[in-house]
Design a binder for this molecule. Structure first.
Ligand code: FAD
Length: 152
């Protein structure tokens, strides 16, 4: 199995799309991620997996907090901005929950304190304890075989 075959296989797993956001010294940093899962109900834990090369690592390590924003079907541009797929600088307005920045009009925004972190190969797994959330109705943005999709 080479890397390409592994990536192709993993791309067969259809996911939603999130933007992870954190803030340090007044600087808000966001990053698109689909490696996200719910882990535990008591306590309420979620997991994200961040490439060690991503700038997001140092931001989370300093702030010890992050938000997970599950994007709606009409927020593809938001995903592209925070994945570096749109090159020009775009101004993004954030809302605040529990003092942390969240993406406006996301389907769900989870506010998390870092509960644990684990090194896993070339990624770091962050387990977040959810301390508050925002929830809205709507359809999610989906990602499958490297392409964005809408559910309807
Ligand atoms: P950068 O590359 O510096 O930032 C990301 C982009 O966000 C830049 O274009 C930057 O200008 C913009 N940005 C950041 N903050 C702001 C702000 N405040 N206002 C406006 N723009 C801002 N990688 C993983 O490690 N784990 C995953 O689970 C994962 N899933 C992905 C899922 C999808 C669908 C896609 C498309 C990519 C995924 N990636 C994932 C890749 C990851 O999103 C990119 O590698 C990303 O560029 C890494 O971000 P960074 O922290 O290194 O910061």
């Amino acid at each position: 199995m080479d890397n390409r075959m592994f990536r192709t296989a993993m791309g067969k797993f259809a996911t939603g799309v999130t933007v992870i956001v954190s803030e340090v010294e007044g600087q808000v940093h966001g990053m698109t991620a689909n490696a996200f899962m719910s882990v535990s109900l008591d306590p309420k834990l979620v997991l994200i997996s961040i490439d060690k090369k991503a700038k997001m690592n140092e931001v989370i390590e300093k702030s010890n907090q992050f938000t997970v924003n599950i994007l709606s079907g009409d927020q593809k541009e938001m995903s592209m901005i925070f994945a570096g797929q749109i090159k020009e600088d775009k101004q993004v307005k954030f809302e605040t929950v529990e003092g942390l920045p969240v993406i406006e009009d996301a389907l769900v925004s989870l506010v998390c304190n870092v509960y644990q972190s684990h090194e896993a190969g070339d990624h770091t797994l962050y387990v977040g304890e959810v301390i508050n959330l925002n929830l809205q109705d709507g359809e999610p943005l989906a990602f499958y075989e490297g392409k964005y999709m809408q559910m309807t």
